[in-house]
Design a protein around this ligand. Structure first.
Ligand code: HEM
Length: 138
């Protein structure tokens, strides 16, 4: 990820976070379960709390994007917990698709091809790290 891409992610995340979390949560999980309905039973009924947790984690990742090694332990532990939730490596791509789609809807005109490319790289990096940590392959 280039320095420019790190800046694009930080800026777009700041804009995105000003949107009502409940609304974003509905859009994100709505899209996720539309893409893969079989994932729904894995999640609790109340998704608001779930959404806040994932957004807080993404905020931590975005804040440390240029030095992800510093939070390697947190990322590894998160990935290992996900194995217990029943998450498989292939699920990461679907979650990434739903996340990028939600960012696109939320950012509107601020979702440029450069921003999209930067987020794709960011999610790839995070998900590859998690998959490698939890399953030993990516
Ligand atoms: C970059 C990717 C992801 C991030 C940052 C993330 C973040 C989180 C966080 C912070 C939690 C709260 C619980 C905890 O900390 O252990 C959580 C729970 C969970 N995540 Fe993820 N997640 C990611 C990918 C995925 C994927 C690919 C799936 C597959 C469907 C998934 C399914 C779940 C489920 C089922 C729970 C537990 C819900 C519950 O029982 O409360 N996550 N995730």
């Amino acid at each position: 990820m280039t320095e420019k891409q790190v800046q694009l992610i930080k800026h777009s995340w700041k804009l995105f976070r000003s949107i009502d979390p409940a609304l974003i949560g509905d859009v994100f999980y709505g899209k996720l379960f539309q893409l893969m309905p079989s994932l729904k039973p894995m999640f609790p009924d109340s998704m608001t709390e779930q959404y806040i947790k994932i957004v807080d984690t993404l905020s931590l990742v975005v804040a440390r994007l240029d030095k992800l090694d510093e939070i390697n332990q947190e990322i590894t532990q998160l990935a290992v917990r996900h194995v217990q939730y029943g998450v498989k490596p292939a699920h990461y791509a679907v979650v990434g698709q739903a996340l990028l789609w939600t960012l696109e809807k939320g950012l509107g005109n601020d979702w440029t091809p450069e921003v999209a490319e930067a987020w794709l790289r960011c999610y790839e990096k995070l998900s590859n790290t998690m998959i490698l940590a939890a399953y030993g392959t990516s």
